[in-house]
Design a protein around this ligand. Structure first.
Ligand SMILES: C[S@@+](CC[C@H](N)C(=O)[O-])C[C@H]1O[C@@H](n2cnc3c(N)ncnc32)[C@H](O)[C@@H]1O
Length: 207
């Protein structure tokens, strides 16, 4: 067991579902690209490195502002120490930025596509979450898996201040390319190509 340091146990309860959902990536030695938005001390990050990175050419891109309004200490240092402790730090690209800028840059400048994307930024305001999801979705390979966190987090009174509205909008608008794997506090989806039906209405009054 490696000597990781964590102060929060947010991730632990999700592990059984991650094991199942990501079993294809876990059980082969293929080179994969993973994107993670929101890393905190790196608990999920080291899970990804320990469990999914069997191939030395696999790459993990992480994006975090390292500004969390809910905690008050320098967890960036802890994150970097934990990544080092994993022994796979050379496979990790750390981008310290707001996700919108970083993702736009990734989309424009690199032709990289990801096999798995995990979105867990602390910016939980619906419009920011929607931005992050949509740009990330465009960076996901066909057949790729995306996990969105905090779906049921309803800390604020106003609907637009919580992530649910963004996640529901995304699920509705992209439904023809989405297979929902599970929908709980986290939501997991697979990007699929489906025949898109276009059924003309009986009412032809628009002719
Ligand atoms: C709940 S924590 C992530 C926990 C992490 N997934 C884990 O495994 O422990 C949320 C993270 O989002 C980061 N964050 C804060 N503002 C952000 C923003 N605007 N966009 C993306 N991430 C942000 C915080 O720095 C924090 O590390």
């Amino acid at each position: 067991m490696r000597n990781y340091k964590f102060t929060k146990k947010w991730f632990e309860r999700h592990i059984p579902r991650w094991e199942k959902t990501l079993s294809d990536l876990k059980n082969n030695n293929k080179k994969i690209n993973v994107l993670q938005i929101g890393v905190f001390e790196g608990r999920a990050t080291v899970w990804i490195l320990d469990e999914l990175f069997k191939n030395m050419e696999s790459r993990l891109t992480t994006i975090d502002t390292f500004e969390n309004i809910f905690v008050n200490y320098d967890y960036e240092e802890t994150f970097r120490e934990n990544i080092k402790e994993s022994g796979k730090d050379s496979q990790v690209d750390i981008i310290k930025s707001n996700p919108f800028d970083a993702l736009t840059k990734l989309k424009c400048e690199k032709s990289i596509k990801f096999d798995f994307i995990y979105v867990d930024g602390c910016s939980l305001i619906s419009c920011d979450v929607l931005n992050d999801i949509i740009i990330s979705w465009n960076l996901l390979k066909e057949g790729g898996i995306m996990i969105l966190d905090n779906y049921e987090w309803d800390y604020f009174e106003e609907e637009f201040n919580n992530p649910r509205l963004a996640i529901d909008s995304f699920l509705s608008n992209f439904q023809q390319h989405i297979e929902v794997i599970f929908k709980r506090f986290q939501v997991a989806v697979k990007k699929v190509v489906k025949e898109v039906p276009r059924t003309p209405r009986d009412d032809k009054s628009l002719d």
